[in-house]
Design a protein. Structure first.
Length: 472
């Protein structure tokens, strides 16, 4: 046993003896000149002998600065030391049990497997491939997604993508976890005070250690941070130097949305925008392809279009409403759209709204505004037009109509009219005189009486005729 190991064991034994046995000798030793490093002390020698399994040293004398009676009572037998060691093991086991209940880390999985076993976290995801929904689900590991805003929608979005096995997540937020956030999903009370990206990374790593994480705790709307934000989404892919595959906007203010919009327009980066209304009963998601669809500056909100400062709308003591249900629904349809876009299945929505009051999901697509205030958006529109014009036009094949040939059937049946042409002429009425070149499609049939019998008119009144009918 080295001197360092002896020191550690001695200090632990002193502490346990003081706590478990209620003695005061350890406390008294705090001011004693005898220290762990001074192994020449008789008391330390006695403890060392017991730790090594030898009988206690008989060299303990009254010259020791410690109280000899109390130290002798503690060190009287090897049995007491064994009890102290057993107590140490019990405490270590209890600590291990508590830690295992709070955190349980699994090993990284190199390759996704479709094996249906309880220990496979990807078995139910891989079932999508077996059922023909997704052609190659393992491809999810090759994608990088940046989530800007780790709040009510962004945190749940990041968790869903982590559970789906995304390759890499970049998280951007400058806020801290507060107890006011506990009405939403994901964060827990013990994380209050931590930065949202730090708390999210810790939780997400425990959920799926296979995912790579990169977190940035800053405001992207400042000049310095905006440049770094652009650098990371353009070079922070799964392979360093490559751009991310998708940017998700989960922020709650127009200024941050415009910062993301400007960055993605300048870089030509495809992104998805999401939001929840202030009354917490509606939300939306939107896929934005620079130059192909309307960007966030093409159709700004009415408040912004009216040149109203968004900050002036906030009042002290008043906050926006927030429902975990609405935010969960919006995060769900956002991640669903992300999976369909990345893995190429189903129909990707360009815009999908959600109205919780009527359970209404409106969809639409918006073309870019040629007069957009974002110059990069206008530039991307021109590039998209040139790209579309360069595509080969599909050839229009005109199909020639083949004349219908009526061939005799195998039974020799022929369809003929039951009325002769002479009978048709007799049944037709007079043909009016028409200018040359105009003919009638149909003639007025001649009405013939069904019977030759006629009824002579009578001078009898209606009352007389009714009286005759009654007598019949």
């Amino acid at each position: 046993m080295t001197q360092g190991e002896q020191c550690a064991d001695l200090e632990l034994l002193f502490l346990i003896a003081d706590v478990s046995l209620g003695s005061s000798w350890y406390t008294a030793s705090a001011t004693s000149p005898v220290r762990c490093g001074e192994l020449q002390s008789p008391a330390v020698t006695a403890l060392t002998d017991l730790l090594q399994g030898h009988p206690a040293s008989e060299s303990l004398g009254c010259a020791s600065p410690w109280c000899v009676e109390e130290l002798g009572a503690v060190m009287a037998s090897d049995t007491l030391v064994q009890e102290l060691k057993a107590r140490i093991r019990e405490l270590e086991e209890e600590l291990s049990t508590v830690q295992s209940k709070h955190e349980s880390h699994r090993n990284k999985i190199e390759k996704m497997s479709a094996e249906v076993v309880d220990s496979n976290p990807y078995s139910r995801l891989m079932a999508l491939k077996r059922m023909g929904i997704v052609e190659d689900y393992e491809k999810i590991r090759s994608f990088t997604v940046a989530v800007v805003g780790v709040g009510g929608v962004g945190s749940v979005t990041a968790e869903m993508l982590t559970r789906c096995g995304i390759g890499k997540l970049l998280l951007f937020d400058y806020d801290k976890v507060e107890l006011a956030n506990m009405n939403r999903l994901f964060f827990q009370p013990h994380q209050a005070g931590l930065s949202k990206v730090e708390a999210a990374e810790h939780t997400l790593r425990n959920i799926n250690p296979d995912v790579q994480f990169e977190v940035h705790n800053y405001n992207i709307t400042t000049i310095e941070n905006f440049q770094h934000f652009m650098d990371r989404i353009s070079k922070g892919g799964l392979k360093e130097g490559e751009p991310v595959d998708l940017v998700l906007s989960c922020v709650d203010n127009f200024e941050a949305r415009m910062a993301i919009n400007t960055a993605c327009n300048e870089l030509g980066q495809i992104w998805m925008e999401s939001g929840v209304s202030e009354n917490a009963v509606s939300g939306h998601i939107q896929l934005i392809k620079p130059g192909e669809t309307a960007c966030f500056a093409c159709a700004p909100p009415l408040v912004v279009a009216a040149n109203i400062d968004e900050k002036t709308l906030k009042r002290a003591g008043v906050c926006a409403a927030s429902l975990p249900t609405t935010m969960g629904v919006v995060a769900g349809i956002l991640v669903q759209n992300v999976l369909k876009y990345l893995l190429n299945f189903g129909t990707v929505s360009f815009y999908l709204g959600y109205n919780a009051m009527q359970d209404y999901f409106p969809t639409m697509s918006m073309k870019p505004n040629p007069s957009c205030s974002d110059r990069y958006c206008v530039q991307r529109q021109e590039e998209f037009k040139l790209k579309e014009a360069a595509k080969p036009k599909p050839e229009i094949v005109v199909k020639e109509e083949t004349p219908v040939v009526h061939e005799e059937n195998e039974w020799g049946i022929e369809l003929v009219s039951e009325v002769s042409e002479e009978e048709l002429k007799e049944a037709s009425g007079p043909v009016p005189d028409l200018p040359e070149g105009i003919t009638v499609a149909y003639t007025i049939p001649v009405t013939k009486p069904t019977s030759g019998a006629t009824v002579e008119d009578s001078d009898q009144s209606l009352e007389e005729l009714m009286a005759q009918m009654k007598n019949m």
